[in-house]
Design a binder for this molecule. Structure first.
Ligand SMILES: Cc1cc2nc3c(=O)[nH]c(=O)nc-3n(C[C@H](O)[C@H](O)[C@H](O)COP(=O)(O)O)c2cc1C
Length: 188
């Protein structure tokens, strides 16, 4: 079993990275192999709508998204992390989402388990979870829920609250990691 966590914040070592890392550590403790992808280190162009992928089955843009396609395809579960930027996903997250049009057309993510993690200072968390759940649904993925961690500056989420009134941000991220592993076990 393999769970991949993708951090779509441009800020390295930031709150999204902390939360996704905690989720992956919990997944590892629950028995999964894990892999962390930091989009901040990568060059990912937006989809240019050429639609060549509908026939070829591959994206013709030769950039770091090619590694992400491979990682996603190898994964049983994907934890998708983004900061809240103007109540929405980051530009980096949207580029990754749009570039998986080829995955949608060729069913490459269908049946995989998916969960979302959002780092927010104050607003947008619930809305962004809903956006990501609808993305997962379009891709035919099995939704294993998600979590929000509140914090503004790098590291604030270590002490910050989670989206649920009963969890801290870190507890919420760990619960996401465990739930992804549990869901993969249930459906396999
Ligand atoms: C361009 C920009 C837009 C932001 N918009 C929001 C927002 O709409 N709601 C919010 O709660 N926080 C907003 N924030 C704050 C970040 O979501 C918050 O600092 C988060 O912890 C950043 O995660 P990171 O450290 O992984 O980048 C914004 C930050 C930036 C840089």
């Amino acid at each position: 079993m393999k769970v991949v966590g993708i951090v779509c914040s441009p800020r390295k070592g930031g709150n999204t990275e902390i939360l996704v890392t905690e989720a992956l550590e919990a997944a590892r403790e629950a028995g999964s192999e894990t892999k962390l992808i930091l989009v901040a280190d990568m060059k990912i162009a937006p989809c240019d709508g050429c639609s060549a992928c509908s026939k070829s089955g591959v994206c013709r843009i030769e950039d770091d998204m090619q590694d992400i396609y491979r990682s996603f395809e190898e994964a049983d579960g994907i934890i998708f992390g983004t900061p809240s930027y103007f109540n929405n996903v980051s530009a980096q997250a949207k580029a990754v989402i749009d570039r998986t049009y080829v995955s949608l057309l060729h069913g490459k993510l269908r049946g995989k388990v998916a969960a979302a993690i959002v780092a927010a200072r104050r607003i947008g968390g619930g809305q962004i979870l809903s956006l990501l759940y609808s993305y997962f649904t379009v891709q035919g993925m099995m939704i294993a829920g998600g979590g929000i961690g509140y914090g503004r500056n790098k590291g604030d989420v270590r002490e910050g609250p989670g989206g649920s009134p009963v969890f801290t941000a870190i507890e919420e991220a760990q619960a996401v990691g465990r739930r992804v592993v549990k869901t993969i076990r249930k459906i396999s």
